[in-house]
Write a protein that binds this ligand. Structure first.
Ligand code: SAM
Length: 236
């Protein structure tokens, strides 16, 4: 992150982590890398360990009250967080106990200017840091991962691809799965026949209205069959 403001920058994302290289590496492909290179997104990686004050660079300790594992210290995290927090910052803690992250949340996060992702590790994070500094806790699913790095990458990817200029054809975003509560229609490309399976005839007809009807119908069928929860929410 440079001191000079880049006029193209729509979003700054700061990552607080014990393994920042995992995130840096994860962001270095495809459209996400392009968005970062073009300056649409600015990233900054903060090694939490740099804010430890003892000679062993300790960041965690045993839990008060006993129990399994180690807990990340609130004071160390607070110093790391304070080093990058601004008046615009919106702080997200990745946690299996957070709100389940959805496409709607991704859209909302595109409206922020400055995101701070805090990645936990080990048994978790001292609750007082969360109370003091965190605006939102997000989970990426009902399973437990080793750390918040992968969840931070998942959320970053979902947000960055929605920023204007990242995906070249914005129309490709509007008919996507979840965009209007329906899953995407099945897609086909060459060859016309594969293992005896033919591309649906209507897609070769050139009749745009028929194609649109076919696709909408497929989207409805799929959503009903695969995601009755989405379908129900849509028709109520
Ligand atoms: N003991 C914690 C609990 O039961 O909630 C789990 C700690 S987990 C091993 C370590 C860190 O990984 C968490 O602090 C969080 O930052 C991250 N993490 C794990 N699973 C996640 C998920 N499904 N979504 C978001 N973050 C997750």
């Amino acid at each position: 992150l440079s001191n000079k403001e880049n006029p193209r920058t729509l979003l700054k994302i700061k990552y607080l982590s014990l393994f920042p290289d995992q995130i840096r590496q994860g962001l270095s492909y495809s459209l996400i890398q392009k968005a970062i290179r073009s300056g649409i997104v600015e990233t900054q990686f903060i090694q939490i360990r740099d804010f430890s004050t003892d000679k062993h660079r300790t960041v965690d300790d045993t839990p008060y009250g006993g129990g399994e594992g180690m807990v990340m210290r609130a004071d160390v995290l607070f110093r790391a967080w304070s080093s990058v927090k601004t008046a615009d910052s919106y702080t997200v803690f990745l946690s299996p106990q957070g709100k389940l992250f959805t496409q709607k949340d991704a859209k909302e996060l595109t409206q922020r200017k400055d995101l701070i992702f805090v990645c936990g590790h080990y048994e978790g994070v001292d609750e007082r840091f969360i109370e003091e500094c965190v605006d939102q806790e997000y989970s990426i699913g009902d399973y437990v991962l080793t750390g918040g790095e992968l969840p931070a990458l998942v959320i970053s990817d979902a947000v960055i691809r929605l920023l204007p200029g990242t995906v070249q054809n914005p129309d490709s975003l509007t008919q996507e799965t979840f965009e209007d509560g329906l899953l995407k229609y099945p897609q086909y490309t060459r060859p016309r026949e594969f293992q005896g399976r033919k591309v649906p005839e209507v897609l070769l007809s050139g009749d745009h209205q028929k194609i649109a009807e076919f696709r909408l119908n497929e989207r409805k069928k799929r959503t009903q069959a695969r995601r009755p929860d989405l379908w129900q929410r849509r028709s109520t």
